[in-house]
Design a protein around this ligand. Structure first.
Ligand SMILES: [Zn+2]
Length: 378
């Protein structure tokens, strides 16, 4: 039921990008792909119809948040996540590792991580077995191994111990699985910003033969240059014929960088978070539509964008929505930002197929501007 096929690989120097498709029980997705995030089983202010209309092909939900509320057993009783949130697209659930490790008071032992769901609440032990059980109850198409995501920067000694523990935890995830028919379990590579540890993590996990591999522990404050370096130390040691997923990464700059290193899947909450803050991505650069210069602007946010928002609304209307604090402003901005990223991924896929990834990347940034500089339009 899971099949990953690569239809084109870049032959350009220094580019490992590839184009393919991943078949899941809820449909086929084209890669490289950007996956919008619906942490609590909803994409910010959007209905599933609106999400699909952006061209999104798969969405994310979060194990940690859903286990906390409403609880995995309730979702299971209501027919699993697809039924519960009325989402026909494939779904991927994050294991919750990232959220657990960002909690301030937690205890990590070989067994798992002890933390409190709520401030002052009873301590709870999250284990690899429990993370799998919850994800099997939720019923996503792709589920993630429970790993330890270390903060950046991380002392080498600790990163080394953590890589070894993550390998043992991922072996336990594999052993704990019951639902193997309609869910694919991806492994997660760690190793912080250490070249040898990234390689070791790959070498530990590749023999476990996961159907896909995620690259974890990035987008934790290391910056684009370090991320670029770490990807260069990681993807060459992953199986060439299996999907690779760069977790928590999805700004336009990062997408070009990741695809160039041969990454196939991306997710990020920032595009919808930015939308909520009236920040739109356009092919001419970023636009803060709440800026008063757009108060009377009759143009759509992006004149070249075919999304519902750009086909029907002016910058002036969006400006008004944000000024009036109407939730419709967030909905329209999210529709546009997610549509933009889908269009961008289409462009990237096409550029690899046509053998002009580097040229297309340069053309994109000539108009969009760079993450290092100020937004092109503010
Ligand atoms: Zn648009």
């Amino acid at each position: 039921m899971f099949e990953f096929e690569i239809s084109a690989r870049s032959k350009e120097p220094g580019v490992s990008g590839r184009v393919g498709s991943l078949t899941t029980p809820h449909g086929k997705i084209e890669t490289p792909i950007f996956m919008p995030v619906g942490t609590r089983a909803a994409l910010r202010a959007m209905t599933p119809d609106q999400v699909q209309a952006t061209g999104a092909q798969i969405v994310l939900a979060n194990t940690y948040h859903l286990a906390l509320q409403p609880g995995a057993a309730i979702i299971e009783r209501l027919g699993g996540l697809h039924n519960f949130m009325s989402m026909p697209l494939p779904i991927l659930t994050d294991s919750g590792g990232f959220q657990v490790f960002s909690l301030p008071k937690k205890q990590i032992t070989e067994k798992g991580v002890t933390f409190s769901w709520r401030k002052g609440g009873e301590p709870f032990l999250m284990t690899p077995e429990r993370a799998i059980q919850i994800q099997e109850q939720l019923g996503a198409d792709i589920i993630m191994a429970f790993d330890e995501c270390v903060p950046y920067p991380c002392p080498r000694d600790y990163a080394e111990q953590s890589v070894a523990r993550t390998t043992r935890w991922e072996q336990r995830c594999l052993a704990a699985r019951r639902r193997t028919e309609d869910q694919a379990l991806f492994g997660i590579v760690q190793g912080s910003t250490y070249e040898d540890l990234r390689r070791r993590s790959c070498e530990d996990l590749v023999p476990l033969d996961f159907p896909g591999y995620a690259i974890g522990g990035l987008s934790v404050g290391e910056g684009l240059e370090v991320m670029n370096q770490v990807l260069g130390w990681t993807t060459p040691f992953l199986p060439p014929d299996k999907p690779r997923y760069l977790m928590g990464v999805g700004l336009p700059e990062d997408l070009w960088c990741g695809v160039g290193h041969g990454v196939d899947m991306f997710d990020c909450v920032i595009p919808t978070r930015h939308a909520r803050g009236a920040l739109l991505y356009t092919f001419q650069g970023k636009m803060r539509v709440s800026n008063k210069r757009y108060r009377k602007d009759r143009l759509p946010p992006d004149t070249s964008c075919p999304c519902y928002t750009c086909r029907n609304f002016s910058r002036a209307y969006l400006h008004h929505m944000f000024a009036a604090e109407e939730v419709t402003g967030t909905t329209l901005a999210c529709i546009h930002n997610i549509s933009f990223l889908q269009q961008l991924m289409n462009q990237i896929r096409k550029s690899i197929e046509e053998g002009r990834f580097l040229e297309a990347k340069a053309e994109f940034f000539a108009r969009y501007g760079s993450s290092y500089g100020p937004p092109a339009r503010n």
